[in-house]
Design a binder for this molecule. Structure first.
Ligand code: ADP
Length: 358
């Protein structure tokens, strides 16, 4: 690749700039910043900075149509995209760039390439760490949970009411930890290299998965005196989905319903379908959600504590996992709620795998 500031000159600049600004712009273009390209309205390469020249070897192509410059193929691919978001491009030499086109005041387009190599590496390391931690915690936690369940069921003998209450609190805490580890493992299936969740779809029986989720939550529900109900329309067909991811999504919705509901209430999981999709609706009679939070609660790490309400522990990961599962299946998730009355979370997924993403 050609390099160096000598290939970039004022000749690439609009002619009507005063001499002082031309040299200022020239200085900017020859500085070692992230790559920048300027395309005119016809798609010709009008200007570029040193970073872009070093990356794409552009010196010989000034003024040429961007379409004719083969090294710009990744940029062209992004410019041709209609969907939103800024994709990450991994170069063969191991660097990573976010390609971000913006409208230039002159009518053409500025293309900024943000070097995110360090951030990408850090993300991969973080993901590896999450993998190790969640994996190593899962085994001892499973054993602790099993013993706690045996104790709660008086398998080792009757306990005093105080001991029973203490043990139930301990058990709920353990369930919370298991759920966190499960979510870390689900989040661990997020591939920072591709920016996508790994999904493996197969034919699944939605009602079986929902039943499994509710069975696993029976004990914490009993401890909190909350009734769990499953209501499946018999017409719901076998669907193509990733069974583990679907289970995590439903488990998070049901666990949240439990966490944010008061004793003596009811949670209903309903499953219905239409021609193209299966709709899961998880309804609780809990504390509800304010309309201004309907969207942001699905963001990673976002938690909302309502004033005057009992503080509930959490990681802010649950609904993010649910939304990711929906996106990866080409589906959607949303909530309808009324404060102090309860919420219904809807998860709508396509029945057929072909309609799914990735
Ligand atoms: P966490 O429960 O760990 O905080 P989530 O991502 O699962 O994280 O949920 C984000 C926020 O959404 C919660 O902090 C809570 O305020 C709200 N929320 C989720 N589910 C419910 C529910 N069923 N009822 C009321 N609020 C809920």
């Amino acid at each position: 690749m050609s390099a160096g500031s000598s290939t970039i000159g004022p000749s690439t600049m609009p002619a009507d700039l005063p001499a002082s600004s031309t040299s200022l712009v020239d200085d900017l273009l020859s500085s070692p910043f992230d790559p920048i390209l300027l395309l005119d309205e016809a798609g010709n390469l009008r200007a570029f900075n040193r970073g872009a020249d070093e990356l794409f070897g552009l010196a010989a192509f000034r003024g040429a149509p961007a379409d004719s410059i083969s090294s710009l193929e990744p940029v062209r691919a992004v410019l041709g995209q209609t969907a939103g978001g800024f994709p990450v491009w991994d170069t063969p030499s191991g660097r990573s760039f976010v390609i971000q086109p913006v409208a230039a005041p002159s009518g053409g387009r500025l293309v900024l390439l943000r070097d995110v190599t360090d951030w990408r590496q850090l993300n991969i390391k973080l993901s590896d760490l999450m993998h190790i931690v969640s994996h190593d915690l899962r085994t001892p936690l499973t054993a602790i949970k099993s013993y706690a369940e045996l104790l709660v069921d008086s398998y080792f003998g009757e306990m005093s009411p105080e001991q029973q209450v203490a043990l139930e609190k301990l058990t709920l805490g353990i369930y919370g930890m298991v759920s966190l580890v499960d979510n870390l493992q689900a989040a661990d299936r997020f591939d920072p290299r591709k920016g996508l969740y790994k999904t493996e779809r197969e034919p699944v029986d939605a009602s079986q998965i929902a039943q499994k989720v509710l069975d696993a939550l029976q004990l914490p529900a009993e401890i909190q005196d909350i009734t769990l109900e499953l209501d499946v329309d018999p017409a719901v067909p076998i669907m193509r989905a990733d069974p583990l991811m679907l289970e995590r999504a439903l488990a998070n919705l049901a666990e949240n319903a439990l966490k944010y509901s008061a004793e003596g209430t009811k949670i209903i999981v309903r499953i219905t379908s239409d021609r193209d999709s299966v709709l899961f609706a998880v309804t609780d009679q809990g504390r509800g959600i304010a309309p201004e939070d309907y969207v942001r609660i699905f963001e990673r790490g976002v938690r909302v504590d309502q004033q005057g309400q009992k503080r509930v522990r959490g990681s802010g990961l649950g609904l993010f996992v649910v939304q990711s599962v929906a996106q990866r299946h080409g589906g959607t998730v949303w909530v309808e709620s009324a404060l102090e009355q309860g919420s219904t979370f809807y998860l709508k997924l396509p029945i057929r795998g072909e309609a799914t993403v990735g």
